[in-house]
Design a protein around this ligand. Structure first.
Ligand code: KIV
Ligand code: ZN
Length: 507
C-alpha cells in the first residue's frame, strides 16, 4: 500500500497574491469547490488579517466546504492569529498556518531581530494559536536559505509547543534538489520529536526547480506538499499541483500516492486559468495545450504504433482530450494516412505518395492542416475555397461608453458589413464578424498575449472555435489587439469547411 502524500493547495493564497489574479468572493468559492472535488486535503483559503475581503472569503469557504481542512495564514503575531481563528469559525476542519523568517537575512535584515528572539516568537505564536485550534502548521520562512542547525532548533521547539505540521519553504526558490532533499533529511535525522509532525514542502520556482525540489523533499521524508494549480504564485510561481501529483502517479516505485482525482486536473486548470486571467503556457507539463500534441513525423509514427512510445501519461487520466496528431509540414506519411483513414479514405501506397506531395505543398503555405484541408486535397471539397479577409474594423469604446464595433469582411471579393455592441472592444468586434458569417459556432477559448511592458507592443491572440462538434484553432497578431483577435477568429473560420461567397447565410 502506497504511503499517503497530503496535498495542501495554496492557489487561493500564494497563487492569488499575483498581480492581476485577484478573484471576487464568488469566484473564490467556485475555485474552492473545484479543489474540493479534485480531492485536495487542505485548502489555504487566504491571509485573513490582510484585508476584509480575505477575511470574508476564508469565512465563506469555511461555510461552503465540508471535506478539506480549511487553513488561514498568519504571521507570528497574536492579532493575526485572533483574526484567523475568527475567520475559520465555521470550518468543519480547520488549521492555522503561522510562522516567521528564520534565515540570516530575514532574522537580521527583515525582522531586525536575533535568532534567540525569533525562536521565542515562533514558540509563542504556536502556543497561542494552539489555545484555539488543534491543528497548527508552522512555517520557517526562507528555510531554503536557513542554516540547518538553527532550523532544526526552531523546528524542535515549535513541535514541543504543539505544531502538528512543519512547513519548510524555499521562499526564494534558491535551492537545488539535492540541497533541499538533504535539508529535509537533516531535520528527519536531527530533530527530537520530528515523528510527531508532518514535514511539508513549499517551493517557489525562481530557478525552475520547484517541482524537482518538492519531489526530492518527499523522497527524503516530507509527507505534505504545498502547491498551486498551474504553478501560479509569487514571481515565477509555486510548485504546480498537477506536476507533483502526476510524478508520484507515474513513478509507482516511489510508493507514494495522493487522493487527487486526476481526471479533474484539466478542468480545474482551465477554471483557474480563466478566472485568474493567467494563460497556461502551451508547453506546460500536463495541462498545456501541446502537452499531448505530436507534430514531428517520427513521433507521430511512434504514437500511432503505440501511444506509450512518446507519451508517459494517458491524456484521459488527467481529463484531457485524447492525444492529438497535428498535421504540419513536418508530419510524415503515417500520420497523414492515419488521419485520412479516420476521415474514411483508404488508398494504396502510390496514391498516398501523390497525396502526401500535395499535402507538403499545402502545409508549407499553412501553419497546420485541418480535416477540411485534407478533404480539399482529396478532391471532395469545393475547389475554389473562399478565403475570408478582414477589410475594415472600427471600434468605439471608452469609460461609460457601450463598446461598438463595425466590421467589414471580404468574402471572395464581395464586401459584407455588420456592427454590434459587446462587453468590450474584442467582444463587440467578434460579435460583428459572427453576425456576418451567421454560423452556429461558439468561442471555446481566447488567449491574449502581449510580451513586453510597452503599450506599443504587438498583441498575439489564440482562439479556439467550436463548430459542428469540432474545435478549430486560429491565431492573429497585430499591434492593435482587437484586430489581432478578429484575425485569429478569421484564421479559425478559414479552416472550417469551404464556403462560397454567394452562400445565402451571409448578412
Ligand atoms: O513562500 C513562503 O515562504 C510562504 C510562507 C508564507 C509559507 O508563502
Ligand atoms: Zn510562498
Amino acid at each position: 500500500m502506497a504511503e499517503k502524500l497530503y496535498v495542501f493547495d495554496t492557489t487561493l493564497r500564494d497563487g492569488e497574491q499575483v498581480p492581476g489574479c485577484k478573484l471576487n468572493s464568488i469566484e473564490k468559492i467556485e475555485v474552492a469547490r473545484a479543489l474540493e472535488e479534485l480531492g485536495v486535503d487542505i485548502i489555504e483559503a487566504g491571509f485573513p488579517i490582510s484585508s476584509p475581503g480575505d477575511f470574508q472569503s476564508v469565512q465563506d469557504i469555511s461555510k461552503a466546504l465540508t471535506e478539506p481542512v480549511i487553513c488561514g495564514l498568519t504571521r507570528a503575531v497574536q492579532k493575526d492569529i485572533d483574526v484567523a481563528v475568527e475567520s475559520l469559525k465555521y470550518a468543519k476542519r480547520k488549521r492555522i498556518h503561522t510562522g516567521i523568517g528564520t534565515s540570516y537575512l530575514h532574522v537580521y535584515h527583515k525582522l531586525m531581530s536575533t535568532e534567540e528572539e525569533v525562536l521565542e516568537r515562533a514558540v509563542a505564536a504556536v502556543k497561542y494559536a494552539k489555545k484555539s485550534v488543534e491543528d497548527i502548521e508552522f512555517y520557517a520562512e526562507d528555510a531554503g536559505r536557513t542554516d540547518d542547525e538553527y532550523l532544526a532548533r526552531v523546528v524542535e521547539a515549535v513541535i514541543a509547543a504543539g505544531a502538528t505540521v512543519i512547513n519548510i519553504p524555499d521562499t526564494t526558490g534558491y535551492c537545488l534538489p539535492a540541497m533541499f532533499g538533504a535539508k529535509i533529511r537533516y531535520l528527519k535525522e536531527n530533530v527530537k520529536g520530528i515523528d510527531k509532525a508532518i514535514i511539508s514542502t513549499h517551493c517557489h520556482n525562481d530557478l525552475g526547480m520547484a517541482t524537482a525540489n518538492t519531489v526530492t523533499g518527499v523522497i527524503n521524508g516530507a509527507r505534505q506538499v504545498e502547491v498551486t494549480v498551474n504553478g501560479i504564485g509569487e514571481r515565477a510561481g509555486n510548485t504546480s499541483l498537477e506536476e507533483v501529483v502526476m510524478t508520484f502517479k507515474s513513478h509507482k516505485d516511489l510508493n507514494i500516492d495522493t487522493s487527487i482525482n486526476t481526471k479533474k486536473i484539466h478542468h480545474v486548470s482551465r477554471l483557474v486559468s480563466s478566472l485568474m486571467n493567467m494563460p497556461v503556457q502551451p508547453n506546460k507539463a500536463i495541462v498545456g495545450r501541446n502537452a499531448f500534441a505530436h507534430s514531428s513525423g517520427i513521433h507521430q509514427d511512434g504514437v500511432l504504433k503505440k501511444r506509450e512510445n512518446y507519451e508517459i501519461i494517458d491524456p484521459v487520466v488527467v481529463g484531457a482530450h485524447e492525444s492529438s496528431i497535428v498535421l504540419t509540414a513536418r508530419s510524415g506519411r503515417a500520420a497523414l494516412k492515419h488521419r485520412l483513414e479516420v476521415l474514411g479514405y483508404s488508398m494504396d501506397k502510390e496514391k498516398l505518395e501523390e497525396v502526401y506531395q500535395r499535402f507538403l505543398e499545402l502545409a508549407d503555405e499553412k501553419r497546420d492542416i485541418g480535416d477540411e484541408d485534407l478533404e480539399f486535397l482529396m478532391g471532395d471539397a469545393e475547389k475554389e475555397k473562399v478565403n475570408i479577409k478582414l477589410d475594415l474594423l472600427q471600434v468605439v469604446s471608452g469609460k461609460d461608453l457601450l463598446p461598438v464595433a463595425v466590421v467589414k469582411l471580404d468574402i471572395g471579393g464581395k464586401k459584407y458589413e455588420a456592427s454590434e455592441s459587446g462587453n468590450g472592444g474584442i467582444d463587440a468586434a467578434l460579435k460583428a464578424a459572427q453576425a456576418i458569417l451567421n454560423r452556429d459556432m461558439q468561442i471555446h477559448e481566447v488567449l491574449i498575449q502581449t510580451f513586453t511592458r510597452s503599450s506599443a507592443e504587438i498583441g498575439k491572440v489564440h482562439i479556439q472555435l467550436r463548430w459542428e462538434g469540432k474545435i478549430y484553432y486560429g491565431f492573429g497578431s497585430h499591434d492593435d489587439l482587437i484586430t489581432a483577435a478578429v484575425e485569429a477568429f478569421l484564421d479559425a473560420v478559414n479552416k472550417m469547411a469551404p464556403v462560397k461567397a454567394t452562400q445565402p447565410h451571409y448578412a
